[in-house]
Design a protein around this ligand. Structure first.
Ligand code: ADP
Length: 255
C-alpha cells in the first residue's frame, strides 16, 4: 500500500508518503504556484523512493492550495487533517494549537483525532507565521533566529498587532535604541495572548500539542506555556502535521 498526503500551504508545501508502515517526509517553499509546488514536492519524494505517481493507491490534498492540485483523489480541510496528524504525533492530546503562514487555529479533539470544536484566525496576519516573517525582515533577521533572540529577554510592551502597524512600531523602537531581543519577546507574548483568548473559547483541555511551522519557535512555545499555565508539546515534524493527517486519512481509504 502506497499513499500520500499533500499539504499545499501558503508558505511551505509538505508531503508525507506512507509505504506500508513506513513514513517519508518532504517539504519545500510553495512559491507562486501551489499546483506546481504540490506536484513537484510529491514527484521528488516519489522519485527518491523509487516509485511512480501511477503507483500511488490514494492521495489526499489539504492546505489552502488543495483544490488547485487536480490529481488528488480527495481534498480534506486543514482543520480535519491537522487534528488527525497532531493526534498521531502527540498521542493523548486534547487541544491542538496550529500556527502556519497565514492562519492560526485552536482545535479540540477526541483521542482518535476527530474534531470536537475549533476556533480560527484567518482574517488578518496578526499572530501568524507571515506576521513573524514581516517582523524578522524589519529587524534584518531570519524567522528561524527569533526564538534565540527572545530567549531570556524581558518582553517589551507593544501597542500594535496589525502586521502593517507592528512593522512601523518595530522600526520606531529600533530607531529609539530598544533591544531587538526585548522587541521580539514582546511580540511573542502578544501572539501567545491572542492564542490564549482563542483557546479560551473552547473550554477545558488536558494535553496540548503545538504544530505548524511557527511551532519551531521555542520561545513562543514557552510563552504559550506561561499564558495557558500548562505544558505545550511540540512534536518532531511539527510542520508536517497537516500532510501527515492527510496521509493517514488516505491510508484509511485503502483498508
Ligand atoms: P503554511 O502551511 O501556511 O505554509 P507552515 O505551517 O508551513 O505554514 O508554517 C510557515 C511558517 O513557519 C512561516 O511563516 C514561518 O513564520 C514559520 N517558520 C518556518 N521555519 C521556521 C523556523 N525554523 N523557526 C521558526 N519559525 C519558522
Amino acid at each position: 500500500m502506497l499513499v500520500a498526503g499533500v499539504d499545499v500551504g501558503s508558505v511551505a508545501t509538505k508531503v508525507v508518503i506512507i509505504k506500508d508502515d513506513t513514513f517519508y517526509f518532504r517539504t519545500a517553499p510553495t512559491g507562486w504556484s501551489p499546483r506546481q509546488a504540490g506536484t513537484e514536492v510529491l514527484q521528488d519524494l516519489l522519485s527518491d523512493l523509487g516509485y511512480r505517481k501511477e503507483e500511488l493507491d490514494y492521495v489526499v490534498a489539504t492546505g489552502y492550495g488543495r483544490v488547485s492540485l487536480g490529481f488528488a483523489d480527495k481534498t480534506v480541510t486543514e482543520i480535519t487533517c491537522h487534528a488527525r496528524g497532531a493526534a498521531y504525533l502527540v498521542p493523548g492530546c486534547s487541544l491542538v494549537i496550529d500556527i502556519g503562514g497565514q492562519d492560526s487555529k485552536a482545535i479540540k479533539i477526541d483521542p482518535q483525532g476527530q474534531v470536537l470544536d475549533f476556533a480560527m484566525n484567518d482574517k488578518c496576519a496578526a499572530g501568524t507565521g507571515r506576521f513573524l516573517q514581516v517582523i524578522a525582515a524589519a529587524l534584518g533577521n531570519a524567522v528561524s533566529e527569533l526564538s534565540e533572540m527572545a530567549a531570556g529577554r524581558t518582553p517589551l510592551a507593544l501597542n500594535s498587532m496589525c502586521a502593517v502597524f507592528a512593522e512601523s512600531e518595530v522600526i520606531g523602537l529600533l530607531a529609539s535604541g530598544h533591544d531587538k531581543g526585548e522587541i521580539v519577546a514582546g511580540l511573542h507574548h502578544s501572539i501567545a495572548r491572542r492564542i490564549a483568548s482563542m483557546v479560551g473559547r473552547l473550554g477545558s483541555f488536558d494535553r496540548v500539542a503545538f504544530t505548524g511551522g511557527v511551532a519551531r519557535n521555542d520561545s513562543l512555545r514557552q510563552c504559550l506555556e506561561s499564558v495557558l499555565g500548562t505544558d505545550v508539546i511540540v512534536p518532531e515534524n511539527c510542520q508536517m502535521a497537516g500532510a501527515l493527517g492527510a496521509a493517514l486519512i488516505a491510508r484509511g481509504y485503502c483498508k
